[in-house]
Design a protein around this ligand. Structure first.
Ligand code: ZN
Length: 212
């Protein structure tokens, strides 16, 4: 496959702040227009992304083990119950609210685990510098970025459910500590996606033999 050459091969570097295409600037250097620091690739991109991904994975454990929500019916007089993400999904499903159950399952179990796997695959491939089908992997990266905007959906659902339950006045609902961990997982994965430099996917030496 004939891959178009990279800007780095032509000695060009785009300024991430003002968009100026800089020619012949040292790496790292400074943008001649806005004096922003320039790098042809994000510095320490792989180690920083690994660090953020590992931190997100570690925090994903308490996010799933600890309760995210507390609910209590006022009329029944029974003790309230605390739900983790998973028991919440099952609870909503059993009570017939399959739509809320589906939203929570997709937003807090399916999407985060898919994000972890995709980011890890991209990292492993970029480190090996032997990327097969980089166009497909670049697509995966763009999907990862796009999904990021919707990652707080679950935190939003807990907020919404709490508000709806309180508004009806028949029961009491409060968020619990687990949701804080979950929020941190979401933020760390987003930062991890940002720290990853997708241009590394195109740096395979076989694709760009060093010029003599
Ligand atoms: Zn600039």
């Amino acid at each position: 496959m004939n891959t178009p050459s990279r800007a780095a091969d032509a000695g060009l570097c785009g300024c991430p702040v003002c968009g100026l295409v800089c020619d012949g600037v040292a790496d790292p250097g400074r943008c001649p227009r806005c004096h922003c620091e320039l790098h042809s690739r994000k510095p320490e991109s792989l180690s920083r992304t690994w660090a953020l991904l590992t931190a997100a994975l570690i925090l994903y454990v308490p996010a799933n083990i600890l309760p995210v929500m507390y609910t209590q019916s006022i009329d029944s007089g029974s003790a309230g119950r605390e739900d983790t993400i998973f028991s919440g999904v099952i609870g909503f499903w059993q009570s017939g609210s399959w739509d809320i159950a589906a939203i929570i399952f997709i937003a807090s179990i399916l999407i985060p685990s898919t994000k972890f796997i995709v980011l890890a695959v991209l990292l492993v491939n970029a480190r090996r510098r032997r990327v097969r089908r980089p166009a497909l992997q670049a697509q995966l990266y763009r999907a990862l970025e796009a999904v990021g905007y919707w990652s707080m959906l679950d935190v939003l659902v807990v907020g919404l459910v709490t508000a709806v339950v309180k508004f009806r006045g028949v029961s009491e609902a409060e968020p619990r500590i687990g949701i804080l961990f979950f929020g941190m997982v979401v933020v760390l994965t987003m930062l991890g996606t940002l720290a990853f430099d997708p241009r590394l996917l195109w740096d395979s030496p076989s694709r760009h033999p060093p010029h003599g």
